[in-house]
Design a protein around this ligand. Structure first.
Ligand code: G1P
Length: 293
């Protein structure tokens, strides 16, 4: 195997309407809702930066410009913090900002599904393997999920998908994969299916929303065939790509906790979990929660 190319770019699809969080999302993108004191999307960008990603491609839509503003300098705020000698706050703010030229924004234009959103990034990604992070899914563990996948990619090359077990009665809500060795940290994928009807899933390992994909996926996405739910599904193109032995798919088991912030319960739990691990908030919150429940 030739040495796999380094993963430099990441795609973040952020065009969803956030209808499940109305009215909060009427004028604010759902990705800007806060998990403790940063927007959900910042946590995901931080995970990608920690894994060595250098360029962030946001696939956005109408009403999402707050995301673009968030990942830019805010001159008045920075000048005010500086004048007031709030050095620590200013440093913290700047530490999480990607550098100039490290972000790109393109619009999906129509809500045709995840596969279509990823395809919209094709020209910005070009001919190199890339990471894909679905921002609704917060991965919280000792080792950052994308970092583990990029490490695995140096050994396997090809395509990788993060997976984790879900209860059998939830498999119909996700993409599900079958693997050669369900207990291994990294294992070859033998089958994939998007939202299998109840009782038909090949395993209980769900696709958690972190991927490393080869650029050949764009040729398949370009066919733009609708799948489950009438949407252009990424999973369908991954299945087609995996049929070519030159484009193997491996699953990387994520051992931490995953919060599906597309649901209200997942979003609320993420806030509690991220706050509990903070030195400045955890002990007080724990005591307050105990008193509350
Ligand atoms: C998408 C993917 C699915 C994956 C899920 C994770 O589905 O199509 O394979 O398991 O994200 O959140 P969606 O949540 O967009 O319906």
């Amino acid at each position: 195997m030739t040495k796999p190319k380094r993963i430099r770019k990441a795609v973040l699809p952020v065009a969803g309407l956030g209808t499940r969080f109305l009215p909060a999302t009427k004028a604010v993108p759902k990705e800007m809702l806060t998990i403790v004191d940063r927007p959900a999307i910042q946590h995901v960008v931080n995970e990608a930066r920690a894994a060595g990603i250098e360029h962030f491609v946001f696939v956005t839509g109408r009403g999402k410009s707050a995301i673009e503003d968030h990942f830019d300098h805010q001159f008045e705020l920075e000048a005010t913090l500086s004048a007031k000698k709030k050095t620590r706050e200013l440093e913290d703010l700047l530490a999480e900002l990607p550098a100039a030229g490290q972000t790109s924004f393109t619009r999906q234009q129509a809500p045709l599904g995840l596969g279509h959103a990823v395809w919209c990034a094709r020209d910005i990604i070009g001919n190199e393997p890339f990471a894909l992070l679905l921002p609704d899914m917060l991965h919280h563990g000792a080792a950052p999920c994308l970092g583990e996948m990029i490490e695995a990619h140096t050994q396997t090359g090809g395509n990788l998908i993060a997976v984790s077990p879900v209860p059998e009665d939830q498999t119909h809500q996700y993409g599900i994969v079958g693997v050669e060795d369900p207990k291994a940290k990294v294992s070859r994928i033998t089958s994939m299916v998007e939202k299998p009807p109840k009782g038909t899933a090949p395993s209980n390992l769900h696709i958690t929303g972190r991927y490393i994909l080869e650029p050949e996926i764009f040729d398949l996405l370009a066919r733009q065939e609708a799948g489950a739910g009438g949407e252009i599904q990424l999973t369908d193109s991954m299945i087609a790509l995996s049929k070519d032995p030159q484009h193997a798919f491996h699953a990387v088991r994520f051992d931490g906790d995953i919060y599906d912030c597309g649901s209200k319960i997942g979003f609320l739990l993420a806030n509690v979990a991220y706050a509990l691990e903070r030195e400045d908030l955890g002990p007080e919150l724990k005591a307050a929660l105990k008193a509350l429940v």
